[in-house]
Design a protein around this ligand. Structure first.
Ligand code: F3S
Length: 385
């Protein structure tokens, strides 16, 4: 890999030993993937946001950066809190949360604590290079916004944040952003989250191109989150909708490797056969935007839920929503408005309660959960009119 003189100097320790370590990590990461250089980034997004008590080496490395006065070089946001304040078990498992958050503050990380950073705290522009972790955010930045980032890991994301650099390979390069699989739709009732799940399993890590459908921004978010979890997809296109796919000819360099059809039966097959066995209901993973929350809340507000029901919301949107009368009504109906990551929180909390969720990502990650459409979930919660 060719390094610029100022990069060489950081690598040689002239800016401190911890920044040298960050640079060494990025060089090794780049070499492993055949990158020829490090390129500047416009922003970073960190995935390692859960203050798990046993991640001792992680905090030690961050301490080194803090003690040497390192600061993030580009705007840097961070994933949700884990629900560390919910109960005794969560408090014990995530007991490093406070320490971790003060480390992030010292480094200059924006305390947005959301995986949906692109809705306000960290909004990339078309073509910008980024170094983001968090698969759902990577997916949205690449696919819906046309920015360029690989699926980076925890700590590699931090190395990029404090150096302002990332190795140039993968989705930063034009040739890897072309479509590989064509996806035809035979669907009567769109459920974008389920569709993302099915495509993720079929595409694995290839770039799918979905035939034209007018997905909303929220549908792109939820479809992408599911696709990035059920598969390793970091970029998808929708013909005539997403910025790099004005038409099929442009987005495919050559003929598609494969054409698949996703039918209504594929989406229906994901749905729980026995939704009545649900012990709780979860909406929002990736976290819900303000508008998305209002849509669900309006359907719950005049009812009484019969199961614990969580609306997991971007913290900024939660703050705004909590000022509304609708929020009071939804809480009076028995639902909880929650600003943390439901997957982290539920991995430890309420074991024994079977989760029913309309999130394909939550369904994939949360062992023993069931998937349902929004209506399935509202029905199980006793809030379907
Ligand atoms: Fe976000 Fe947690 Fe889901 S980080 S995408 S709410 S698993």
């Amino acid at each position: 890999m060719r390094l610029a003189p100022e990069q060489e100097s950081v690598l040689n320790g002239e800016s401190g030993s911890s920044l040298a370590l960050a640079m060494k990590t990025l060089v090794a990461y780049g070499q492993a993937f055949g990158a020829e250089r490090l390129v500047p980034i416009e922003s970073a997004h960190l995935a390692g946001s859960f203050g798990v008590s046993v991640y001792k080496a992680y905090y030690k490395i961050i301490d080194q950066l803090v003690n040497e006065g390192a600061k993030v070089k580009v705007p840097t946001t961070i994933n949700p809190r884990p629900g560390n304040d919910l109960n005794l078990v969560n408090r014990a498992v995530f007991s490093a949360q406070k320490r971790f958050e003060s480390q992030m503050k010292a480094l200059g990380v924006t305390p947005n604590y959301s995986c949906v950073c692109y809705e306000g705290a960290n909004v990339p522009e078309f073509g910008q290079r980024l170094a983001w972790a968090e698969s759902s955010a990577v997916q949205f930045a690449n696919s819906a916004l046309g920015a360029r980032t690989n699926r980076n890991s925890v700590l590699v994301d931090l190395c990029s944040a404090v150096t302002g650099l990332t190795p140039e390979f993968g989705y930063l390069l034009d040739e890897n952003r072309r479509g590989k699989i064509r996806v035809k739709l035979r669907i009567d009732r769109m459920d974008a989250s389920a569709l993302g799940y099915v495509i993720g399993q079929k595409a694995v890590d290839r770039v799918p191109v979905i035939e034209h459908y007018e997905f909303s921004r929220v549908e792109l978010k939820n479809m992408g989150g599911a696709m990035a979890a059920a598969g390793g997809v970091a970029l998808f296109h929708v013909e005539g909708l997403t910025p790099e796919a004005p038409d099929m000819k442009t987005v495919f360099e050559a003929e598609p490797e494969e054409t698949i059809t996703v039918a209504q039966e594929d989406l229906d097959a994901l749905r729980a056969r026995k939704p009545e066995r649900a012990g709780m209901v979860v909406f929002g993973c990736p976290q819900m935007t303000y508008d998305e929350t209002v849509v669900i809340a309006e359907r719950i507000a005049s009812k009484k839920v019969k199961l614990p029901t969580w609306l997991c919301v971007v913290p900024e949107a939660k703050k705004r929503f909590e000022e509304t009368e609708l929020c009071q009504r939804v809480r009076a109906a028995g639902a909880e408005v929650f600003g943390h990551c439901p997957v982290a929180a539920l991995t430890l909390r309420l074991w024994g309660k079977r989760v029913l969720t309309s999130s394909g990502k939550c369904f994939y990650y949360l062992d023993g959960s069931d998937y349902g459409t929004v209506d399935d979930c509202l029905s199980a919660a006793g809030a379907l009119s």
